[in-house]
Design a binder for this molecule. Structure first.
Ligand SMILES: Nc1nc2c(ncn2[C@@H]2O[C@H](COP(=O)(O)OP(=O)(O)OP(=O)(O)O)[C@@H](O)[C@H]2O)c(=O)[nH]1
Ligand SMILES: [Mg+2]
Length: 453
């Protein structure tokens, strides 16, 4: 995980709180000191650190503990809220067709991040082209070409061409029907007029939807100065904070960039093309503190109560999940969007979501009808024991239902996927139960309960 040291120190502090028998001034002072140490070591600005910790101290000592909480949970909540403030506000980011310019100084990670973004969009099923508009760096053309190849994106460049605007113009015209165009631009040693002009020219031509500044997090709070300078010069729409994996100064970089008001959109967490995350401050902080996906859990618990058919879920979460249950579930699934909503709202399900495409959830009426017909051709025993449905049984069932054997196989495949999701649902159920219990106390009493799931 990124920011290992900071995470460990903050988690230790929180553990100390949960283990203490009493929240008194001595404990608050100790916690405040530990937080200061941890934040300063992570290169967070001294003033920012002192402001943050004095707010924690004042609130912890002065604010009355709400009736529905207890002193320990209240202190943890204050720490969470104050840390969240220094991470900035999330900017809504939708995966949709876009032209994106990546800008930044030499070696910040522009080309690598361009590849990561391309892969991210490709995974969402969009058509992506990478445009090589870096005319400064020797070998920039080949490097981006290689990156494009490795992620499976299209590539456009004009070898030897020094006019970046010309490259962008031709690239955008040739690939105008592509969903996402990502432009890798030239770096410089520092922001100067040449760089500003080049960026502005490319912006004029491309009318880019996003001008994303790529910043190397290993410079710590200095990243904030760069963000401000770029924002003043060319108006960026967001920041891609790269190399957060390899630095102890990440806290400084994150907080300093956030304090400029430029939203951090993505973080780079390694050299590989998958090492990128969309940055959501609350989610990031919850994970850092080992609270599980706290925000999501909170909203999930609420949504569960509002939207989810508890009874159906209860049934699924208990006991086995055979084709019989699946048959019942199809009725639920025919309500548009219900299942997707259910799985979307479960934090752990996100892991699986990648494998669960929309098509699966929006299963058309015809598919459901076909599945029901197929299941009608099965024996009761087969419905209860789907694992035995192989070879000749598949032949018999498909003949009986008047469908192709591949339809039966497809049904079995969907069943397996659902079964896996239900398994997942059970572990989520555990988390939600912990949540429900703890919600009365404001925050999870025992962080380990959530952090380790
Ligand atoms: N550990 C780690 N390394 C990264 C990350 N992003 C980029 N790098 C590495 O940083 C180095 C520079 O990355 P590039 O993508 O070439 O940077 P650039 O901004 O395009 O550089 P120029 O084209 O020279 O201006 C490479 O060795 C990358 O592998 C990251 O998130 N984590
Ligand atoms: Mg480059």
């Amino acid at each position: 995980m990124v920011l290992d040291n900071l995470a460990k120190s903050l988690r230790d502090a929180l553990k100390k709180i949960t283990k203490s028998s009493l929240v008194d001034e001595k404990l608050i002072d100790e916690i405040v000191k530990e937080m200061q140490r941890a934040l300063l070591l992570s290169d967070v600005d001294v003033n920012l650190t002192l402001e943050l910790t004095s707010r924690v101290e004042r609130r912890a000592k002065e604010e009355p503990v709400p009736n529905n909480s207890n002193p320990r949970n209240h202190l943890i909540k204050i720490i969470y809220e104050e840390l969240l403030k220094i991470l900035g506000k999330p900017r809504e980011f939708k995966v949709k067709p876009a032209t994106i310019m990546l800008v930044g100084l030499y070696g910040q990670g522009k080309t690598t991040s361009a590849g990561k973004l391309a892969k991210f969009y490709l995974k969402h099923g969009l058509k992506v082209v990478l445009i090589a508009a870096d005319t400064q760096r020797l070998g920039a053309f080949e490097q981006l070409q290689q990156v494009a190849q490795s992620v499976g994106a299209d590539f456009f460049g004009i070898y030897g061409e020094k006019n970046s605007s010309k490259i962008v113009k031709e690239g955008l015209s040739k690939y105008k029907d592509w969903d996402v165009k990502i432009i890798d631009t030239s770096g410089r040693n520092a922001i100067d007029n040449n760089l500003t002009k080049e960026i502005m020219d490319i912006y004029e031509i491309s009318r880019a939807d996003e001008v994303v500044l790529v910043l190397d997090a290993s410079v710590g709070q200095q990243a904030g100065k760069q963000a401000k300078a770029f924002n003043d010069a060319v108006k960026i729409t967001g920041v891609f904070l790269s190399k957060l994996d390899g630095t102890a100064k990440g806290g400084g970089a994150l907080s300093a960039v956030a304090s400029t008001g430029a939203p951090i959109l993505f973080i780079g967490t390694g050299e590989h093309m998958d090492d990128m995350e969309y940055f959501n401050p609350a989610r990031f902080l919850s994970r850092l503190l080992g609270m599980g996906d706290f925000e999501t859990l909170m909203s999930t618990a609420k949504e569960m109560q509002e939207n989810i058919d508890e009874e159906a879920m209860e049934k699924m979460a208990k006991g086995k999940f055979t084709l019989k249950e699946m048959y019942d579930v199809w009725d639920q699934m025919s309500k548009p969007g219900l299942f997707k909503k259910l799985f979307d709202s479960l934090p752990m399900a996100k892991i699986q979501q990648k494998e669960v495409d929309d098509e699966f959830f929006s299963s058309s009426e015809t598919k459901i009808k076909r599945y029901k017909i197929i299941m009608d051709s099965m024996t009761y025993f087969e419905m209860e024991n789907p694992d035995i449905i192989k070879g000749t049984r598949i032949d018999r069932i498909s003949r009986g239902a008047g469908v192709d054997t591949s339809d039966v196989k497809e049904l079995l495949k969907d069943y397996k996927r659902m079964k896996d999701m239900v398994k997942n649902l059970k572990s989520n159920r555990r988390i939600l139960n912990v949540m429900k219990k703890q919600m009365k106390g404001g925050l999870p009493e025992n962080l380990g309960d959530l952090g380790n799931q």
